[in-house]
Design a protein around this ligand. Structure first.
Ligand code: HEC
Ligand code: HEC
Length: 215
C-alpha cells in the first residue's frame, strides 16, 4: 500500500484511502495521466466518475462521494497544470456525452463513411481504430465470431444491451461493453456494417429496420 503522496502533472495528491482507491480503480483501461491532467469542477468530476462506473470501473459506490471530493479538491479548476514541457501531453479531451447529430441524418448511401466516423467516436477508445482491441482488456473485433457471423442477431443485441462476463476466444474481460441503445437505428446499423466490412471482416450487413425490431 502506497504511504506517500503523489506529485503528478502539477497536482499534489496526498496519501490516503482515496488515492489508493483511485490508483486501483482507474488504471485498468487507461493511464493515470488521463485522470491527473484534468482540472474539473466537483459536478463534472461526479459525472466523469459515474461515466467510468458505467464503463466498468471497479469503484465501490460507498467510496464515490469521498473520491469525487478528493478529485475536486486536488484536481479542481484552480489547481495549476504542470508546464507543458514537463508532462507527456495528449490532445485536449473535452467532457462531452453528446452523440453525433450530423451522422444520424446522413443519407443511407453514405452509411459507410458515417459508420467509420461513428466507430471512431464511440468504439475506438476500447476496441482500437483497426479493431485490434487491447490484449486482456478489450476484445478484437477483426475476425471476431459475433462480428463475422452470418446471423447478425447477437451483434445487434450486444450493441443495444451491452455485454459483461462473456469469455471471448478463451479470454475473460473484467471491464464491460456499455449499451449503445441511445444511438438511433440508423447509427447502430451504420456502425455494425462498418465492423462487418472492415479489417478483413466480410459478413452480411444489416438494415436500420433489423435494429428497430430488436429493441
Ligand atoms: C473500464 C475501463 C475504464 C476504467 C476502469 C476507467 N476508465 Fe476512464 N475512460 C475509459 C474510456 C473508454 C475513456 C474514453 C471515453 C470517451 O472517449 O468517451 C475514458 C476517459 C477518461 C477521462 C477523460 C475524459 C473522458 O470522459 O473522455 C477521464 C478523466 C477518466 N477516464 C477518468 C477515470 C477515472 C477517475 C477512473 C477511475 C474511477 C477511470 N477513468 C476508470 C475507460 C475507463
Ligand atoms: C468502454 C469500453 C468499450 C467501448 C467504448 C465499446 N466496447 Fe465493445 N466490448 C468491450 C468489452 C470489455 C467487451 C467484452 C465484454 C465481455 O467479454 O463480456 C466488448 C465486446 C464487444 C463485442 C462482442 C464480441 C463477442 O465476440 O462477443 C462487440 C461486437 C463489440 N464489443 C462492439 C463494440 C462497438 C461496435 C462499440 C462502439 C459502438 C463498442 N464495442 C464500444 C468494451 C467496449
Amino acid at each position: 500500500m502506497r504511504a506517500t503522496s503523489l506529485a503528478v502533472g502539477g497536482a499534489t495528491l496526498p496519501a490516503g484511502p482515496e488515492l489508493a482507491v483511485l490508483q486501483s480503480s482507474c488504471q485498468a483501461c487507461h493511464s493515470f495521466g488521463l485522470v491527473t491532467q484534468q482540472r474539473l469542477s466537483a459536478a463534472t468530476w461526479k459525472a466523469e466518475v459515474d461515466k467510468m462506473r458505467r464503463f466498468g470501473a471497479p469503484l465501490p459506490k460507498a467510496n464515490e462521494a469521498a473520491v469525487v471530493a478528493y478529485l475536486a479538491a486536488h484536481m479542481g479548476p484552480r489547481v495549476p497544470l504542470a508546464a507543458p514541457h514537463t508532462v507527456v501531453t495528449a490532445p485536449p479531451i473535452t467532457y462531452n456525452e453528446a452523440h453525433p447529430v450530423a451522422a444520424a441524418h446522413a443519407p443511407s448511401t453514405d452509411s459507410s463513411a458515417a459508420g467509420s466516423q461513428l466507430y471512431t467516436q464511440n468504439c475506438a477508445a476500447c476496441h482500437g481504430a483497426a479493431g485490434a482491441g487491447a490484449p486482456g482488456a478489450f476484445p478484437p473485433l477483426a475476425h471476431d465470431p459475433v462480428v463475422t457471423a452470418a446471423n447478425p442477431a447477437d451483434h445487434i443485441t450486444i450493441m443495444l444491451k451491452g455485454l459483461h462476463g462473456k469469455a471471448i476466444g478463451g479470454t475473460s474481460y473484467s471491464s464491460q461493453m456499455p449499451s449503445f441503445s441511445q444511438l438511433s437505428d440508423n447509427e447502430i446499423a451504420a456502425i455494425i456494417d462498418h465492423e462487418r466490412t472492415s479489417w478483413g471482416n466480410n459478413a452480411p450487413i444489416v438494415t436500420p429496420d433489423q435494429v428497430k425490431r430488436a429493441r
